[in-house]
Design a protein around this ligand. Structure first.
Ligand code: G6P
Length: 477
């Protein structure tokens, strides 16, 4: 029956996330091509080794993924769930990315949004179905007493559902996002908020990226359930994977892209290399790319001495383009970048070099060339770019960092802090960063790198796993 422990023994460590470590495309000749993704969980999981009996349960996200499932062509150690496309779309676009993401990042423009109507309830039912599909698959695949690490806001109901199916498991949940303040979280209808909290509290242990998000969760929990309960809460601040990044950033394809980027950046009228302000993001509402551009524009206005001497290298990669508000935001990023270029550009100087086609090698090339990294999200669970650029930059960059990014808790002392809404303040911070003397910059960069690499992905993952395995198993929700 569904949910019964596997007779073959099953997996001893399971990870569950919407987006898995691999994706498939069907080539013109009908063959399947696979592409492996990066990220903290991918490199973290590899740290436990191939013999650990690990299984990653994720969603089929594309036609290629669905075809791979149909052909039974999946990789060992990865189980893709072929959830009906309409159910997945409602759960992923309609609830996870349009509601839960918006709540935790406080993205609503509240005079008109959110509206929790009958359509919302219909989508919520899909979110439940989608979470149940994960819970049932995990219940079938887990060995007795196995550890299950559920990832993120897509799967908040899974711990509670899985606990009912398999009380013997050790269940963890990790949030890669911020958690909303209690006053914001209570915008959700009470029964829905209750489901989210009860779902999460089905876990033995909940992980967050910073103390701030863990505290926010506790405040929401206390408001609803009225007591601390049995679920333990821990903080694991995922760090940059320095060894991997440094090695990858010196591969020939990155060197090639550095040469091309240097061409685009050009040199100042006196022949010296232009300074660079680098940002790399998904084109994500919370990343605050438009205010970043406006701040750069303000810098050029307030400090004409930087004209012709600096270039803003902005990579904004497509994300969640099924949602109209993301498409509009992408268009706005392009529009503002073009506006700056036509207002300030000269025949030999393009003030903003904007690229929108995802290219990891080119991102690393930009990291290496960065004099200043601009990371100004309005709210962010951690923001790994803030940690990665200092590690990879050839000369040791200065970091302009939003105080609303989780990374600020660890890097704040050696970054230049900004209020992400304050365009004039951010312009001033950019000027300060560009003007920093080489000795101070190197000094700060050294400390930034130490803080950014304190908890590399492998240790981040193992810390969570060990903390989950240490406590008493099978806590009642
Ligand atoms: C954030 C979330 C992840 C998500 C990623 C990319 O970092 O915490 O769970 O995978 O964004 O977003 P996407 O919607 O493309 O998976």
């Amino acid at each position: 029956t569904q949910g019964a422990p596997s007779a073959q023994g099953g997996a001893r460590v399971l990870v569950a996330s919407n987006r898995g470590p691999v994706s498939y495309e069907v080539g013109e000749d009908g063959s399947l091509r696979s592409k492996r993704g990066g990220g903290g969980v991918v490199s973290g999981l590899s740290a436990i080794g191939p013999d650990a009996g690990a299984l990653w349960v994720c969603s089929a996200l594309s036609d290629g993924d669905r075809e791979a499932v149909r052909r039974g062509a999946g990789e060992d150690g990865v189980l893709m769930l072929d959830i009906p496309a309409d159910v997945h779309a409602d759960a992923y676009n309609g609830i996870a990315n349009s509601v839960l993401w918006f709540v935790h990042h406080m993205l609503y423009q509240t005079p008109l949004e959110p509206v929790f109507d009958a359509e919302f309830r219909r989508r919520w039912a899909s979110y439940e179905t989608y979470n149940r599909a994960f819970a049932e698959a995990l219940a079938r695949q887990a060995a007795p007493g196995a550890a299950v690490l559920v990832q993120d806001y897509h799967l908040t109901l899974v711990p509670g559902m899985l606990r009912e199916l398999r009380p013997d498991l050790r269940i963890g949940h990790f949030s890669h996002t911020p958690w909303a303040p209690a006053e914001y979280f209570r915008m959700l209808p009470d029964d829905i908020a209750g489901q989210v909290l009860r779902g999460m509290l089905g876990a033995d242990r909940l992980g967050f990226l910073t103390r701030r998000w863990a505290d926010a969760f506790e405040a929401c929990r206390d408001g609803f359930a009225g007591g601390p309960g049995a679920t333990r809460i821990g903080v694991h601040g995922l760090g940059a994977d320095a060894d991997f990044l440094r090695a990858r950033a010196h591969e020939p394809d990155v060197e090639e892209r550095m040469a091309a980027l240097r061409e685009e950046i050009g040199s100042a009228p006196d022949g010296t290399a232009r300074r660079t302000v680098v940002r790399v993001d998904r084109t994500e509402l919370s990343k605050n790319i438009v205010r970043g551009l406006l701040s750069y524009r303000q810098l050029l206005e307030d400090h004409p001495e930087w004209r012709e001497r600096v270039v803003h290298v902005a990579f904004a990669y497509p994300s969640r383009q099924d949602l109209a508000v993301y498409r509009d935001y992408t268009a706005e990023v392009r529009r503002v970048a073009e506006e700056i270029n036509s207002a300030f550009g000269t025949p030999g100087w393009r003030p903003v070099v904007l690229h929108v086609k995802d290219d990891f090698a080119r991102s690393l090339a930009a990291y290496r060339l960065a004099d200043v990294a601009l990371v100004n999200p309005i709210r962010d669970g951690m923001n790994l770019v803030a940690k990665e650029v200092p590690v990879v930059s050839d000369e040791g960059c200065a970091l302009v960092l939003s105080r609303e990014a989780g990374a600020f808790e660890e890097l704040g002392e050696d970054a230049i802090a900004v209020n992400p809404y304050d365009v004039v303040g951010t312009a001033h911070a950019l000027h300060e960063a560009l003007s920093m003397g080489p000795a101070e910059r190197a000094d700060r960069a050294k400390r930034l790198v130490a803080a950014a690499t304190a908890l590399p992905p492998a240790r981040w993952f193992l810390d969570q796993l060990h903390a989950l395995e240490e406590g008493p198993a099978g806590q009642p929700a």
